[in-house]
Structure formats: C-alpha cells, structure tokens
Design a binder for this molecule. Sequence first.
Ligand code: SF4
Length: 294
Amino acid sequence: MNLTLLSLGAGVQSTTLFLLALDGTLPKPDGAIFADTGWEPAAVYRHLERIEREAALAGVPVYRVSSGNLRSDSIDPDRRYVSAPYFVQNPDGSDGMGRRQCTSEYKLVPIRRKVRELLGAPAPRFLRVPKGRTATQWVGFSTDEIHRANRAHDSVRYLATEYPLLDLGWSRKDCERYLNGKGWTTEKSACIGCPFHGNAAWRELRDNRPEEWADAVAFDVEIRKGGRRGVPMRGEQFLHRSRLPLSIAPIDRVTRGEWKDRQLDALELIKDIEAEEGSADGCSPYGCRSGDPA
Ligand code: SF4
C-alpha cells in the first residue's frame, strides 16, 4: 500500500498541484491534507472551500487537520506556551526572537498524524504505521524555491516526499499563469498575526481587511508579556520587527526588498502588486514564510 497525498497549503503552488491532478497532468492523489492553524484569513478559508467542492466532484478527499487554534492557544494561560518567532525586546534593551515552533506544532505534527491514520496506524494516537504501508506526499515547491526542497529532511520512514512542480520545471510565475488561465486566484496562506509578515502584508491587512487588522493589533497587545504557562516574560514581544506596537509600527516604510519586488513587477508588467508580493514564501509546513530558521 502506498498512498499519494497532497500537502495542501491552499496557496499558489499547492492549488496548482491540485488542479494539475484534476486536469490529468498529474495522477490523481488519494487525498489532500490542509493543516488549519485556525487563524487563516477568511479569504483563505473561502478558497479552501472552493477546492473542497472541486475535490468532492473529482472524488479526492480533502482532510482538514488541526492541533488547535493558534491565536487562542497563544494567549491561554492554561495551555502550554506556543512559541512563535515574535520579535523580543529584552529587559537590557537587546533584541531577541522567539523560537519558531508554531509551524511544526500546528502544521507538521497534525499532517503526519493524519498520514499515519490513513496508513492504518491504530487509534487513538496513530503512532505505529503497519509494516509495508507508505505514503508519498507532494510538496508544492516551484523552481524559484528549489533551495527549500530537501527530500531527506521532508521525509520520514513511512512518508517519502516529492516535488512535482520541480519535476515539471514550473516556477511560481508559471503557476500563477496556469491558475489565471483556469480562473483561479489565491490568497497568501499564513496566520493573520504572523510575525513573518513584511510591511507590504501588514499594509494590505490594514488597508483592505480592517477586521483582520484589528484582530492582529489586539493580538499584538495580548502577547506583549506572554510567557510560558502564563508566567510573564521579563522582556516584551511584538509582531512587528520594529519592536513597536503594531498599531504604530512603521509599516508604510518600503523596504529595499519590497522596492526591488515592485521594480520587478514593473519590468514584468504585472499589474497585481498583491500577487507579486505573494512571491514571499507562504507558511508551508516544509518551509515557513521567511524560509529562515528563527
Ligand atoms: S504563519 Fe507564521 S505564525 Fe502561523 S504557523 Fe506559520 S510561522 Fe507560525
């Protein structure tokens, strides 16, 4: 028994993989798994629902898996502390950064648990996969992300990883063109209050999704003194790299990287700036937004 399972982040690349499987370019997978942090933008959930409708018609099950709600878990003093890459100001004035455990805890762990369950590992913990049963997971890295692909790192004994977009030689631009041609658009998949948002993402939230912006601003206040098991930390933590409250953080300043992206947009005559800004990595379980360890 070997199952083929799509790791569905619901962003550009994994949506492309899903549609390539539906149009016959790729074989139909046995299922797709979406890890839900519980704090994705509403647009991502709407997009996911569209995928689920198409998948149901094609007979491909989509599994939503979860380890909880990252937002509420993060501020619940009775729960184990959720460590995310917040920007920390230490009591001595020096800068620090939280450990990025959220991706593993809220994405990798529930996905692998679901894979083991599908492979027949016994309930309730689904720990041991019976001998001879394996799965292949498709991860949607495109050629511009080839540096993130690491079969050995992304695979475990019962689960091998493949990168079909790399095999096809498709870049993110290829995926966007393909999706446009099919009449699909995608939203960046990331927690509303992800500290990896760049200024462009924060501005987009503030200017276009005021409720989600207000939610992120409120969360930023709530985590300020957040610490392990409710014990206040000695320093303070922030969502924005300036280590200022998000409500007053300098998000209108255009960084050199963003300016470079905009110039690329102009060169490539891409009108949709938001889509170009989507070239920042999404929060794939196999490479979080920054792509860098935090
Ligand atoms: S999107 Fe950000 S906050 Fe959410 S799991 Fe990924 S790194 Fe953590």
